[in-house]
Design a protein around this ligand. Sequence first.
Ligand SMILES: [Zn+2]
Length: 333
Amino acid sequence: MSVIYKITNKINGKIYVGKSDLFEDEFFKSNYYGSGKLIKPAIKKYGIDNFTREIVDFANDEDGLNEKEKYWIMTCNSKVPNGYNIADGGTGGATRGVGWHQSDKTKEKISQKALGRKNSPEHIEKTRLGNLGKIPWNKGKTGVYSEEARKAMSLARKGKTSWNKGKAGTYSEQARKNMSAGQLGQKQSKETIEKRRLKNLGKKRTEEWKKQTSDRMKIENKKRILENKHNWWKGGITPLRGKIYQSFQWRQWRTNIFQRDNYICQKCKQKGGSLEVHHIKLFALILQENNIKTLEQAIQCEELWNINNGITLCLECHKKTDNYRGKGLKKRR
Ligand SMILES: [Zn+2]
């Protein structure tokens, strides 16, 4: 399942539409804002805070993705000089965070042409007003898109809703602890951790305690966002795991499993939706047993890329597994 995303310049209203083979949550966790020749310098010029990032559509295959990219570039009027898209879309593969699949020569030509055209201030203002006042391009489009695409569009329309808003349980308890420890900038000693663990064992977590903790987390998360945006996107994943998740091998492994399972949750048989790959043998355990410390070592590790160790599950079924997002590790301690 790949996504079509839309990046909007909050100052001049200019839009960039792109495609990515990342999943929705991965997309928002990444700091990927597109690899187009115009959007990159624009982000540099205006600053990342002056852009919004939304998912507008999904596709299951390359052809669908290309069709939808064309559609959104057209309806968002995001082609240069009105927006940041250089081409009509629909060519090349989904971006894997590395760039377009056009030849470098073609890219260079198009980009030079686009960059050579300077917009007058009047034109910029016209574009901005035009884009701001436009009737939503997806209005009245019911029936054209699948259920999940409509959900995504509804989310996108709301503009500022973050992908993890209201999604309690997005992070495991351990991940949240990691984030919290990271925020505080402290390394906790084994003794401290053990002491707290023993203390927590005896503590009945009342509703009030839970609420207090949740409020504190909210404040801490806000602080963290201000302090370090980059780390926030990684959401408690260790740097090595983050690197692995970004790798081509990882996506290939996941795609192979999805394809083998025909994009169907192997437990409840739901097709499509929020699908994930569940590790039969714990991911962290494979890293540990093979003494993997670097991405290079991970790529060399055959066990890690064995597709028999992965199974397609929907998010709900995945959450019920006993090693979902570090649950298994906690048990082992
Ligand atoms: Zn399921």
